[in-house]
Design a protein around this ligand. Structure first.
Ligand code: MG
Length: 370
């Protein structure tokens, strides 16, 4: 069924986080992000952009993504009739990079088309699971003791996998202490590209702790070095920042640089590419899981839908929303119970926007019509 895009509303939102989230890139205390609302035939679709305030995880930022969306992406849609969200991917293909901006539009279109089809977003994109296993990503703590206490809290909440952010100087001691306290939990680490190949021997010390994988240890653009590291350590290598597209994955597979893939729909520019990566990884026998970027309820709903596909065989980062926010912009709140998150079954996004909360956290708003 075709839909004519009649209106777009782009918001910049500032939601206070309940805690400081520290990674090797720096600290976040407020979640500053873009939210896109697309309207057609009396229906509304919602998409969230995973670009952050600064160009550290990715070269895209909230400001750059807003600019690209306004100047290049929305003009492709407004007043046009689309047969499916894939039409947008094709129309936007001349725009290079800027995948997070494209991912936001893709997300809004998918929730809009799912709603029009009377399907949940999960079933619209081929998801089949009624609930998904979730893990949690823990930011860097000040001390080893705090790290173990934080892990303990989240293990008792039932999370199915614990991920520790690490950086040089805050790694082996923390992992060793956590592994000693919790000998059998599924444990992983995420370096966000904080190491270099010179650290191979140091990273090999992690082999003793039978981690499920080490995520993005080396430079985000260096698959060759990841391939070399893979021959020097036993811990499987999971790539996040390095996999921006199916082409990146093909190269990583050819180089034997990857054992596990973290798929973030926003990082790869839309649901179509995310699904292609999932399918290619499955064909290569590489497990995938759904990553997170501290999303609000809108982005979290999209992640849960993606992770409800059968190919996502490892627990993802879609932890409980109430862990991050006092007040989310959707209801019901997307919270996990004992490490399991129910997949919303209602049509479209599957959750309702809380317009009162959204109005309170909206910092800027722009409307666009054909
Ligand atoms: Mg990561």
């Amino acid at each position: 069924m075709g839909l004519r895009i009649e209106k777009a509303i782009l918001r910049r939102v500032e939601m206070p986080l309940k805690f400081r989230f520290r990674t090797s890139f720096g600290e976040t205390t407020v979640k500053n992000f873009l939210l896109l609302e697309l309207r057609a035939s009396g229906l509304t679709g919602w998409g969230e952009c995973v670009a952050e305030e600064g160009p550290f995880f990715s070269s895209e930022t909230v400001t750059s993504a807003a600019s690209i969306t306004r100047q290049f992406l929305l003009p492709l849609l407004l007043g046009r009739s689309l047969e499916s969200p894939a039409d947008f991917e094709r129309m936007a293909s001349p725009v290079r990079g800027n995948r997070m901006a494209k991912g936001m539009v893709s997300a809004a279109l998918h929730s809009l088309f799912a709603l029009a089809a009377g399907q949940s977003l999960s079933s619209y994109i081929g998801g089949s699971l009624a609930e998904i296993e979730v893990g949690v990503s823990l930011g860097l703590s000040q001390t080893v003791e705090e790290t173990v206490a934080n892990v303990s809290r989240h293990v008792s909440q039932g999370y199915r996998r614990i991920k520790l952010k690490i950086e040089p100087g805050h790694d082996i001691d923390r992992v060793a202490a956590v592994r000693e306290a919790f000998p059998v939990i599924a444990l992983t680490v995420d370096a966000n590209a904080a190491y270099s190949l010179k650290d191979s021997d140091h990273l090999a010390r992690l082999d003793a702790f039978h981690l499920d994988y080490i995520e993005q240890p080396l430079h985000h653009e260096d698959l060759l070095e990841h391939a070399k590291l893979a021959t020097r350590i036993e811990t499987p290598i999971c790539l996040d920042e390095s996999i921006r597209s199916l082409r990146d994955l093909e190269l990583a597979l050819a180089l034997e640089a990857v054992d596990v893939v973290n798929i973030k729909m926003g990082r790869v520019g839309g649901f179509e590419e995310a699904l292609r990566i999932e399918e290619r990884a499955a064909a290569a026998g590489i497990p995938v899981w759904c990553g997170g970027m501290l999303e609000s309820g809108v982005g979290r709903a999209h992640n849960i839908a993606l992770a409800s596909r059968a190919g996502f065989t490892k627990p993802g980062d879609t932890a409980s929303a109430s862990r991050y926010f006092d007040d989310d912009i959707v209801e019901p709140l997307l919270d996990a119970q004992n490490g399991l998150m129910s997949v919303p079954r209602k049509s479209g996004l599957g959750v309702e926007i809380r317009h009162d909360v959204l109005a309170r956290v909206t910092a800027e708003i722009e409307s666009f019509t054909p």
